[in-house]
Design a protein around this ligand. Sequence first.
Ligand code: ADP
Length: 458
Amino acid sequence: QNRNPELNERIETVLESLRLGDDSLRQIMQLLEQEMDTGLSPATHAKADVKMFPTYVRNIANGSETGQVLALDLGGTNFRVLLVNLLPQGEVRLTSKIFVIPQSIMLGEGVNLFHHLADCLVDFMKQEKLNQPGVHYPLGFTFSFPCHQEGLASARLTSWTKGFTCAGVVNEDVVKMLQKAIDEKNINVQCVALVNDTVGTLMACAYKKPHTSIGLILGTGTNACYMETLDRVGTWNGDYEEPKQVIVNMEWGAFGNNNRLNHVRTRFDEEVDLSSVNPGKQIFEKMISGMYMGEIVRLIILDLMQQDLLFIGQCDNYGDYRIPLFIRGGFYTKFVSTVETDEGIAFSNTRRVLQDMGIRNPTYDDCAIVQHICKNVSKRAARLAGAGLAVLINRINKPQITVGVDGSLYRYHPRFKRNMEKCIKNLVNKNIKFEISLSDDGSGIGAALTVAAEVLSC
Ligand code: ADP
């Protein structure tokens, strides 16, 4: 904390706009629940910001599934092919291979993308000697792009993201395109499920923890899914047989696109949004996830510098584009974690980060203020995500609920989990015991488990 009380007060005035008390969170919870119902109702679905897509996944893995499943994972940092062996007593054996998707394929024709995926699959199967005649291999396809699902193994791509622009895929059924490419290779592989990464995360956690009914991603973006009862899913067009439930992929990053969060957004959030590639979209995500958190911190630092409240006399070349601090995106979200790991008065990590940012000799006060900014920004993110989870926990309303979480922001930030848990405790029905648990390899193991729970168990 800055020792000059007047300067302190001015800094607090700026940071005050980031603080969301429990009452604000309760109001946000109400708004989210309204938006969820809008997304679930066929009459209002089209105008909903939170789309609440039914995934057609009806069964949660329970650890008893056994068998051999292949999985393809496209949409994360790498493309992977996996063979998952589900053994008795919940043991999992996994082999996988990472393949590169060349730029020319990412930007080329869609059919070539799927041919490439099939080629990689063939290559992997040869390596693993998976070509015994007469053996059929079920496959789960983790495809982490927005899709409108029409069945467990049928999904139309809504739009490409993350640098892909392959022509002729938007509005097409990506499972059909994949299966066609696989069939042309004459291998005995059937794609039986398209799996969103949130669903994979839920599944991978459920395999170890039976009360898991929510999956959450906190990485580059944020999204959640949960098990919903069929009578609340107005948009459901599948059968009503047991189990009368389906996992709903919320696409909750888009909450706030209908201006419902304007009262809690700051001018920093507006600036992040306006300079993004998708202004007006993914408003909730932009207040929470790894792609934006560092940038919010950077904008607040610049604001305090302009008000002469930070790095006083430390930076005589304000705005110099060669200094990382002045470059958009120059303050990475991983630095927020680094800065917050400092305890005590030495601030050795914070100093290192600031020096890398182009501030040569930050003072003790400078370091303390930067850490204070980081804590406020990440705490707000954790509390917003926590409020979202609280809505789901209260809605599911079972005595014990486990939330499976994956993503680097959650994994590596030193306080995210604690802040989220603390806030959820105040917001959920007191009779519910909840647990937040790191879920490993949702897009690999989770995809295989989705296949196993839906197909092998029948
Ligand atoms: P993805 O979501 O792309 O599948 P990740 O879960 O690994 O992959 O998330 C990557 C994002 O996580 C990065 O964009 C970055 O913003 C954030 N991140 C990476 N390392 C850290 C860290 N140490 N602390 C906080 N956030 C991090």
